[in-house]
Design a protein around this ligand. Sequence first.
Ligand code: PGA
Length: 250
Amino acid sequence: MSAPRRPLVAGNWKMHKTAGEARDACAALAALVGGAPGIDVAVCPPFTALQAASEALAGSPIAVYAQNVHEADQGAHTGEISAAMLRDAGAAGALVGHSERRAAGDTDDQVAARVRAGIDAGLLIVMCCGESLDTRRAGDTQAWVTRQVRAGLSQATAADVDRLVIAYEPIWAIGTGETATPEQAQEACAIVRAVAGEVVDGQALRVLYGGSVNPANAAELMACPDVDGALVGGASLDPESFAAIVAAAS
Ligand code: PGA
């Protein structure tokens, strides 16, 4: 039997908070969260606030992840940031393939290359997937998520399992206040685990739910057997509400 999966609660700040605001939020969060025994906690500030956040969280168990990473080491990629640059700024991980990035043009091939490059550079990668409302209504959720997970892991190997997390985030639940029911979250996260299990040990892989997670619904979502934590957007901006979600995971 595999060891129990350690929950992860990550806060995706999206395009919010300057470096100074990040410093204040991280100091407040560190005080509220304390030692966070038994779970992993991370915040994902914008690139410009990574350094400030990691300095403010030094000595706390809360990690800092970026919201994206480019697949190249360096070069002529105006506006992009490499994994080595993220590590230099204090990031221990990165999101890849968030639906807002995919909507801005990130392709399945880029997602796969970024998963590979990020893990190779020593980052923990949270690869995101999830269907639109039209896809769900058409009954194509399973096929869609299966395709995205296979594509995203197309350059991954079994050895990557400890540096890989997959977040299932239905697009219709992101920022809408409309959360997936625990049954919907469980069903989709089980699909993600099974499909990822073609490449890595599915029982060891952490699978998160994301989409309008808040202090009131976090506990029941994370109690689902295949949900190993949460990727939190809006509710992660306020340290008190994010700390309440972390407490629900403990
Ligand atoms: P939300 O965002 O919690 O605001 O719905 C989640 C996400 O996009 O990661």
